[in-house]
Design a protein around this ligand. Structure first.
Ligand code: NMX
Ligand code: MLT
Length: 437
């Protein structure tokens, strides 16, 4: 069985050649223009970043190396006895562009489990934090502190060739992905269930099998849900705020731990990953006010109340998507296949909200995308299975996004990409440029 590193060693030269050819033959070819609205409007739609693992189409959603979510569900290996995509399978696809065999994935799970224990200084650091410090703040601190272990930083200090960067970056990235479950589970246990002993990483379990066990859940359905959740949140091309942050910070040759820690603090914003916490807070407030058996009309009124108070409807809208998010659809299908989930009041409420919110948002007329994004539903299934502490939800997103953000760090170093440094302009400078008085 070829290991992940061996496969990458085969794949890297072809990609390096592809980039060399692009630069040699098309360096001056124009692929877009820059409008003032993009400079002052969050760079929406600006094609300005190389990202290998996935591309987002506004209408059909994400493709990972050309594969849609249903195709990944069909072809990527699951856990023994399970059905959902294993995050290890997704990581393999993102890194290599290839669908792994079952034995390659089992080997990767074993490698990650062997590296999964937290160093004791990080355990002590996390244990020393106040339990009312937001779990995302704790996660970013733990990830940053792990940079004491960075083989890239150590090798760079000693002096290495540019062509060797990606080898050390890969090692750091796999070590970090391996340790995220133990770190994230420790934060959960300290904040919500202090004192109970946390099991050690088991060499017999996959990444999420271990994560669920360390969190303290023994429900195989929840574990399968987490596998799907973590696999499909893994990458969403490069322009989203967390992935872009990792890319920017990594481009300075800051090591993968520091780069991903920075990314986590972008994910922690309510317009980005924190939206899944906000969705649950918003749906529970609706449930408190209106009870369990809400009608569509009551939800419409509630939506208008939110909009009229000047707030956004969390879980709706997107910077790129212009249709319902296929990740939302995949998580809804997980519910549709399980009658016990469909009976859950909170899952029913999310479904009914989806039936009316696009109409209300269209009538409201502001958002360019009135449809749900993944955050509209991701938390309600966790809630149903007893993971009710919604301030924790973005941490799970943070465990997942490492797959894509760290993949790109490996590719950025393998391709020798430079430090990111776009040009900024003042309003006076823009006016001068366009000849406006
Ligand atoms: N509810 C109410 N208003 C909205 C919504 C919404 N869900 N989405 C966008 N708008 C407003 C937006 O605030 C803006 O108003 P204004 O002109 O007053 O500034 C206007 O519609 C145009 O915004 P768009 O161009 O459609 O959206 P943009 O690309 O700027 O932002 C989001 C995208 C995702 C930040 C935005 O849709 C939003 O705030 N959604 C709610 C939060 C959310 O669900 N975030 C999660 C994104 C997914 N993720 O996991 O990261
Ligand atoms: C993501 O998964 O990062 C979000 O959908 C936000 C985005 O793509 O901009």
């Amino acid at each position: 069985t070829q290991s992940l590193k061996e496969v990458l060693q085969d794949v890297v030269p072809a990609k390096q050649e592809q980039l060399k050819k692009l630069k040699a033959e098309h360096a001056q070819t124009v692929i877009g223009d820059v409008k003032v609205e993009q400079v002052v409007g969050g760079m929406r739609g600006l094609k300005a970043m190389l990202w290998e693992a996935s591309v987002l189409d506004p209408n059909e959603g994400i493709r990972f190396h050309g594969m849609t979510i249903p195709e990944c569900q069909k072809h990527l290996p699951a856990a023994p006895g399970g059905k959902e995509i294993l995050p290890e399978s997704m990581l393999w696809l993102l890194l290599t562009g290839q669908v792994p065999t079952e034995s390659q994935v089992r080997q990767l799970s074993a490698e990650l489990a062997a590296k999964g224990a937290l160093p004791s200084y990080v355990e002590k650091l996390i244990d020393s934090l106040p339990n009312n410090l937001h779990p995302m703040t704790q996660l970013g601190m733990g990830v940053a502190a792990l940079n004491k272990e960075s083989v890239f930083a150590e090798a760079y200090e000693k002096g290495i060739k540019k062509s060797e960067y990606w080898h050390y970056t890969l090692e750091d990235c796999l070590n970090l992905i391996a340790r995220l479950p133990a770190l994230a589970a420790r934060i959960y246990r300290n904040v919500y269930n202090p004192g109970a002993p946390i099991p050690e990483v088991s060499s017999d379990l996959d990444l999420v099998g271990n994560y669920a066990r360390m969190l303290g859940f023994a429900n195989e359905d929840l574990t399968e849900y987490l596998r799907l959740y973590i696999a499909i949140h893994g990458d969403h091309e490069g322009g989203n705020a967390s992935a872009h942050t990792a890319h920017l910070v990594g481009s300075t040759l800051s090591d993968p731990y520091l780069s991903y820690s920075a990314a986590l603090y972008a994910l922690a914003g309510p317009l980005h990953g924190l939206a899944n916490q906000e969705v649950l807070r918003w749906q529970l407030a609706m449930q408190k006010e209106l009870g369990d058996n809400v009608t569509h009309d009551q939800i419409k009124d509630y939506l208008w109340k939110t909009l009229k108070s000047g707030q956004v409807v969390p879980g709706y809208g997107h910077g790129v998507l212009r249709n319902p998010d296929p990740r939302f659809m995949a998580l809804q299908e997980f519910c549709d296949a399980r009658p016990e989930l469909l009976k859950s009041p909170i899952i029913q409420m999310v479904k009914k909200t989806y039936e009316v919110a696009p109409g209300v948002l269209k009538e409201h007329g502001k958002t360019k995308n009135p449809y749900p994004n993944v955050d509209a539903t991701s938390g309600c299934v966790l809630y149903h299975y007893g993971l009710t502490q919604f301030k924790y939800y973005t941490v799970i997103f943070g465990v997942s996004r490492a797959l894509g953000a760290l993949t790109q760090l490996v590719w950025a170093r393998a391709l020798g990409l430079p430090i990111e440094r776009p040009k900024s302009l003042s309003m006076d400078a823009i006016e001068k440029l366009i000849g406006a008085s």
